[in-house]
Design a protein around this ligand. Structure first.
Ligand SMILES: Cc1cc2nc3c(=O)[nH]c(=O)nc-3n(C[C@H](O)[C@H](O)[C@H](O)COP(=O)(O)OP(=O)(O)OC[C@H]3O[C@@H](n4cnc5c(N)ncnc54)[C@H](O)[C@@H]3O)c2cc1C
Ligand code: FES
Ligand code: FES
Length: 1344
């Protein structure tokens, strides 16, 4: 019988205010409550699976036993609302706001340019704030590590880290010389822009505000001082005295219990055998969301004191089952300081796993029992507990009220895949972890795709107990080798353990151990998780590491040389440790041009850091929610659709299909070759078939999934290789011919041939596609859309709704990167179809997995090349075939392919060339624009053959590259003259700034002295053509209104997605009209203000919209000129007042069309016209270190010099360079999209798809904008910047290649052929790096 004393009131504090909810819905997450019920939209939904940190809030509670307040960052997307009873929740709104004053954390992030699109920003601020509140004495280095649960797709992380470090207690003393965070170079007097001679002495400018000031320091105005906790809000005293009561909440489908005593908990479990125990919900939350599981009874044991204890027992420690991993960590850190060192081996192994276990927010919520009971085969902790021999205590209660306790050795706890030895009425109460004994060594290892916040590929822990024999040898007394990721559960290795038993610890045991490990850990080809060869080689590689580590210990304790490991092996046993990051940014500014060229912060930065900036899904409106009905087949005929059940589900308002569209179903961004809803045939997994609309998002999702679709499967093409083999092409075949390749090859002394596969890339904008469609009068619709392309959205909406053009408003986007240039339109149209049917507002925001599986990616490419060159490496001829995977339709693929073809020679003159481009048609989502738009794919294939030429001729790649650089006045293969060519200069400056040749020598020395760690350094140039390659798109409009109070309203055709476009437009208008920047406002982009706009893309939005704004301002200035002439000293406000009185029009419509651009392909291969307005140049030098045994890599240093002309805003431009570079690194090394042969996408969220994290920032990261390089072809001598630096991320890929080459030269199987060429597809993941570093470990498993 249940006790009847349950309280059904949930009491907690939210931003200092008491909240009481009667019977809250147990299915509600804290995030849904905050956004939908409390109206606090500052906290964002980025993934809903704990993987991005956008939803981070601070959860504080009073720890009664220690009478202390604990503050923790938490992912509100996973935390059940019901679990916050008695806690204080602080969201971004609780810190500060623009009106009443920002919190120092918000202020510093804003001032340091740490927010671009701003979607990640509230989460990042809350992670930092929570950390500072719980670690007021944190050092800069410690603070750097508090972001492992947060992602940002825009910034490249550096400015966030700069702002965060300023709170460290170990700031350099004021009188000490501070390292320059920002180094500025003022433009010398001789430099000029737009013909304006600089003759006025330059002023000092504050790097953060962009305003003149007297600070002589090179560092910024951002104060560097720790947080003053005395001025922080206190924990509500009410909660400290609140009596803990047992809680029960009844929902429609789920009942929630929070018991307060162990007996109560055990009784509940006895009564509700199938009840789900939920602590952190980091496992259960994922199950319920992604597997649609509903647990009718949930019991939360977190308030049971017995389960929250951790204490020392006789030979170890007893860990209460629900203590968070963070609290266990703190306990262990303390314990390790206070007991004999030899006892602490397992605790140190646990701590080393905790360091890389998920991110802070997950560790703050998750408990050990959750990890054990889930029994994931890739758990990080279970192998440690297995190796250590942990004992689990399981308790139940019988109907006489007697407790039954069972002790289970962990060895017998894991039964099979996610099945453990626990009875339905049992609770895991504690875990006993024994001390290590003298001469007992234990080490844990983990390899994942990304270091920060990633599930293991293989995790393992090895323990060995040794004893000295009479010959002073160490003999194995006992050992356990435990592995995760090698079976359906975490396992030990009985045969190897038996083999090692009694053996002397010496190298001769290794070979036999490798053989038995292979038998202990069989893994068949095709086993779940893939990466068979890699995973198997990790098992032995790690054991080898362990052997070296223990030997090294033995040497340190015995000083006996037989245990001494080779000097060149030392580095491989060192655990990964990252120095604090640093960097320098250098740029120029021109006070005479102010506010243009000044490093003014992003105009929305303050609103973004306070959570006040509104994104599409933040707009409060009484709208229904829409969710798409998606195809589950790659290619199939729809035989039948049954939505009867779905229509009868709670809250459902309607479900619509192709037949319900009132306008036209056949649409497309350029060519109308796709259907909004598949009418008879689906073309990929994730193809929209219909839309379900309901009162809530969850109801709509469930209804969409309940629609039953019968298919007749058709043959499908699910890879680019299959498409090429089956000649599955879209009808597009472009060729560029220049010179005579037959003759070129005849005259070449050498010819190489090869092929490279370039991987795709998911946009992973933090804000997924979103739209809100509001029907208005008659056939009018007001549409808010998170799109880069308002005009195309408008025209396709008109088409699908069958009504005239409507109004599209773009507030701001949480990132776009090309992914919202066309694909955003489709989800908007789908919501609009539903809104039209229901005559009711409808919103849509794609869940992360739906966004990833439906909206396409960067195009993967296969490039085949044949290159002729002379003995010096001078290129004579190139024959290049480029194949791009377009997916199921054209979308923008022709433009992407064309740009790849235009960039297929990157920075090099190729006198005789033929480039052949084909678009592969596959049954995969249609691929689309992504920063660089095909350019990076073309360039990386080019840089591969550059490397191959150097490799062939045995010359340094730098020599071959320099030899072939374009020179001023030469013509490209599409016959465009290369003018103002900065290649050689930028290359020389990068060589010098990076100290390339000295560092190359050091890299070589390092490699000579290290066998298992290798370094590589590479320097890579880029030349990027600026303009849309489609002529029509090279136009822009702007509308400028001047009001009589002297303020200015600017609207232009570009959309803001974090790139700072609006800020630059404000600077241009302010400069032209001669008003301060704070008098200029930008209203949201809207098709009723500026019509017929080009998409915000191709990096030319500042160029074009800037010119349009300038045009409008110049028109107004011209009208004001006569009045100004008569009243030369009249301030602007008075002048415009006078103009109004004189009936002068103070509004103007500006327009700009880029002159002389537009290229037309011809079958002959010699096209008409010029594709680009000008070229942008850049160069990056990166140095990496790889662990050849695991494939792990670290970027030690990157130096970038980027040509952006005279920067309109250097702070924003540096942010663009860093962000693009980081995305480029992700594309080349981390971000692997995995699709199953049946067309299903495996990588559907941050848990499987890894974009770079904070830990991936180069340890030294220097970025400079090229000085004294005005661009005569664009506004105020500037250049566009968004896309060109992306390719520079490939410097890391080429540095990795060089490091691998060294490892292969050093291979120990006697088969090394010096500098033998090898292929390495992108991304160069840890798996590819390790598998390419051939050695005896990979050979053992090669092709087994
Ligand atoms: C973004 C993300 C990253 C992650 N990264 C990692 C990682 O790097 N390494 C790793 O190993 N795991 C990782 N995980 C998995 C997860 O965090 C762990 O398994 C965690 O330890 C689960 O703890 P929890 O308290 O959240 O469990 P819950 O989700 O609350 O519960 C999990 C299971 O344990 C049961 N359970 C919990 N407590 C008890 C008890 N006392 N008695 C009986 N049954 C109990 C529950 O009934 C449930 O079946 C990650 C998860 C996420 C979402
Ligand atoms: S939305 Fe919660 S972690 Fe991504
Ligand atoms: S600013 Fe971080 S995701 Fe855009």
């Amino acid at each position: 019988m249940e006790p009847n004393s349950y309280n059904n009131q949930l009491i907690f504090f939210l931003n200092g205010n008491k909240v009481i909810i009667n019977n809250p819905n147990p299915e509600l997450t804290l995030l849904t409550y905050l956004r939908s019920n409390a109206g606090l939209t500052g906290t964002k939904l980025g993934c809903g699976e704990g993987g991005c940190g956008a939803c981070t809030v601070m959860l504080s509670h009073h720890l009664k036993t220690e009478d202390k307040i604990v503050h923790r960052s938490i992912n509100s997307c996973l935390l059940p609302l019901c679990s916050v009873a008695g806690c204080a929740v602080t969201t971004i709104e609780g810190l500060g706001n623009v009106k009443d004053g920002m919190h120092p954390v918000q202020q510093r992030l804003s001032d340091q340019h740490g927010s671009q699109c701003g979607f990640c920003t509230p989460g990042i601020i809350m992670a930092l704030y929570s950390y500072l509140r719980s670690h007021p004495n944190a050092t800069q280095h410690e603070i750097e590590e508090c972001f492992d649960g947060n992602l940002c797709r825009c910034t490249g992380y550096r400015p966030i880290l700069d702002a965060a470090r300023s709170f460290g207690v170990d700031q350099p003393k004021v009188e000490e010389e501070q390292p320059a965070a920002v180094e500025e170079l003022r433009l010398p007097e001789i430099a000029y822009a737009d013909g304006v001679q600089k003759d006025k002495p330059a002023e000092n400018i504050c790097p953060s505000t962009g305003k003149p000031c007297d600070c002589k320091s090179k560092s910024t105005h951002i104060p560097s001082q720790p947080l003053d906790l005395k001025s922080e809000p206190i924990f509500p005293p009410f909660l400290m005295t609140l009596k803990q009561e047992s809680l029960k909440f009844n929902g429609d489908r789920v009942t929630w219990y929070t018991p307060t005593t162990l007996n109560e908990l055990l009784n509940l479990k006895r009564l509700h055998n199938n009840a789900k125990i939920v602590v952190g919900n980091t496992e259960v939350g994922i199950e319920t969301k992604f597997r649609n599981i509903v647990y009718p009874v949930i019991i939360c044991p977190s308030k049971v004191p017995e389960l929250q204890k951790i204490s020392q027992a006789e030979n170890g420690i007893e860990i209460g089952s629900t203590i968070s991993l963070t609290d266990i960590k703190y306990y262990l850190v303390d314990l390790c300081k206070n007991i004999e060192a030899y006892k602490t081996g397992t605790f140190k192994a646990m701590l080393s796993q905790f360091r890389w276990f998920a991110g802070n927010q997950i560790r703050n919520a998750a408990c050990l029992a959750g990890n054990l009971v889930t029994a994931s085969p890739i758990s990080d902790i279970n192998p440690v507990l297995l190796a250590a021999g942990a004992i689990l205590t399981l308790v139940s209660i019988n109907d006489r009220g007697e407790r039954i306790t069972r002790k289970v050795n962990i060895n017998s706890f894991f039964k099979s895949y996610r099945v453990v030895d626990i009875q339905p009425d049992e609770i895991l109460t504690s875990i006993f972890v024994p001390y290590t004994r003298e001469n007992e060594y234990i080490e844990a290892y983990k390899q994942s795709r990304r270091r920060d916040d990633d599930i293991a590929i293989v995790s393992c822990c090895f323990r060995v107990l040794l004893a000295k024999n009479d010959e002073n040898d160490y003999v194995v007394q006992d050992c356990t080798l435990a592995y995760g990721g090698m079976n359906v559960k975490a396992v030990t290795t009985p045969a190897t353990q038996e083999l090692l038993q009694g053996q002397v610890w010496q190298r001769s045991i290794l070979e036999k151990a490798y053989q038995t490990l292979e038998k202990d850990l069989p893994l068949q080809q095709g086993a779940p998780g893939g990466m068979i060869e890699y995973r198997r080689s990790l098992t032995t590689s790690y054991f080898f590491k362990f052997f070296l580590t223990v030997s090294n210990y033995l040497y340190s304790v015995s000083n006996d040389v037989k245990h001494k490991i080779e000097d060149n092996e030392q580095s491989v046993i060192q655990k990964y440790q990252r120095e604090m990051s640093s960097g320098e940014q250098t740029y120029q500014y021109q006070p005479l041009m102010s506010p243009v060229t000044m490093p003014i912060k992003h105009q929305s930065a303050d609103k973004q850091v306070t959570g006040e900036a509104l994104y599409t899904d933040d707009i409060k409106h009484n709208a229904y929610s829409a969710a798409m009905v998606l195809s589950t087949k790659a290619h199939a005929r729809i035989k039948n659709i049954d939505s009867t059940k779905a229509l009868s589900m709670p809250g459902v308002k309607g479900i619509y299909f192709a037949k319900d569209i009132e306008g036209v179903n056949q649409v497309g961004p350029v060519i109308y070759d796709e259907e909004l809803f598949a009418s008879s045939v689906v073309l990929c997994v994730g193809y929209p078939i219909g839309v379900a609309v309901a009162e809530t998002h969850q109801q709509a999702l469930e209804a969409a999934k309940a629609v039953v679709i019968e298919y007749e499967e058709l043959p499908a093409v699910t890879s680019i290789e299959q498409a090429i083999a089956e000649k599955s092409f879209l009808n597009c075949h472009h060729v560029i011919n220049n010179g005579d390749i037959v003759k070129g090859f005849e005259e070449s002394e050498h010819v190489i041939e090869g092929e490279m596969k370039v991987g795709a890339q998911e946009h992973f904008y933090l804000e997924t596609n979103a739209a809100l469609v509001i029907p208005g009068e008659g056939s009018e619709f007001m549409v808010y859309s998170s799109t880069q392309n308002p005009t195309k959205t408008q025209s396709l909406l008109a088409l699908t709704l069958g009504v005239p053009a409507n109004q599209i408003v773009v507030k701001r986007m949480g990132g776009g990167f090309g992914g919202k240039e066309t694909r955003s339109i489709f989800s908007t149209c789908i919501a609009a179809v539903a809104a039209q049917k229901l005559r009711h507002p409808v919103r849509i925001m794609l869940d992360r997995d739906v966004d990833m599986m439906t909206t396409g990616t960067r195009h993967p490419f296969i490039g085949k090349y044949k290159i002729g060159f002379d003995k010096n490496g001078k290129i004579m001829a190139a024959d290049i075939d480029l194949y791009a995977d377009a997916g199921y339709s054209f979308d923008l693929s022709v433009g992407v392919l064309d740009r790849a073809m235009f960039h297929s020679e990157n920075a090099y003159k190729v006198p005789n060339i033929r480039v052949n481009g084909r678009l592969c048609k596959t049954n995969l989502p249609t691929n689309t624009a992504f920063r660089g738009f095909g350019g990076p794919q073309g360039m990386i294939i080019c840089e591969i053959w550059m490397e191959k030429i150097a490799n062939y001729l045995k010359k340094p790649p730098t020599e071959i590259r320099q030899l072939n650089f374009y020179k001023e006045g030469e013509f490209t293969h599409y016959l465009q003259e290369v003018k103002n060519c900065q290649l050689q200069r930028i290359w020389d400056e990068t060589l010098q700034k990076s100290d390339y040749f000295n560092r190359l020598a050091k890299v070589e020395e390092f490699n000579r002295n290290n066998k298992w760690k290798k370094r590589g350094i590479a320097i890579i140039p880029t030349k990027f053509g600026m303009s849309f390659t489609v002529k029509t798109l090279n136009q822009a409009g702007a509308l400028v209104h001047v009001y009589t109070d002297g303020t200015v309203l600017v609207t232009h055709g570009g959309t803001e997605m974090g790139q700072g476009l609006h800020t630059k437009m404000i600077q241009i208008a302010a400069k032209e009209l001669g008003v301060p920047v704070d008098k200029v406002y930008i209203s949201e982009t809207s098709t009723d203000k500026v019509a017929n706009t080009a998409p915000t893309a191709a990096s030319v939005s500042s160029d074009m919209n800037g010119m349009a704004v300038l045009d409008a301002c110049q028109q107004i200035n011209a009208r004001l000129a006569p009045l100004k002439e008569k009243n030369p000293n009249l301030p602007f406000q008075k002048l415009v007042g006078l103009a109004f009185a004189e009936r002068v029009n103070l509004s103007a419509n500006g327009f700009y069309a880029t002159p002389n651009v537009g290229y037309f392909f011809k079958d002959s291969g010699v096209g008409d016209g010029l594709p680009f307005n000008y070229f942008n140049y850049g160069c990056a030098c990166s140095e990496v270190e790889i662990d050849t045994l695991t494939g792990d890599y670290t970027t030690l240093r990157t130096d970038i010099i980027m040509d952006v002309g005279d920067s309109l805003n250097p702070a924003i431009d540096i942010g663009q360079v860093e962000g693009a570079y980081t995305q480029g690194v992700g594309w080349c090394t981390l971000e692997e999209i995995v699709t199953f042969p049946n067309g299903n996408l495996f990588t559907r969220g941050p848990s499987t798809y890894k974009i770079p994290g904070f830990n991936d920032v180069p340890i030294v990261f220097n970025v400079s904008l090229l000085s004294n390089a005005p661009n005569p072809k664009a506004i105020h001598s500037s250049k566009g910047v968004g896309e060109p630096p992306l390719f520079l991320g490939s410097a890391v890929y080429f540095a990795i290649r060089n490091a691998i080459m060294d490892a292969r030269n050093d291979r120990d199987d006697g088969l090394a052929t010096k500098d033998e060429w090898f292929n390495l597809a992108t991304p160069a993941t840890c798996e590819r790096i390790r598998n390419t570093c051939i050695d005896k470990f990979t050979n053992q498993f090669n092709q087994k």
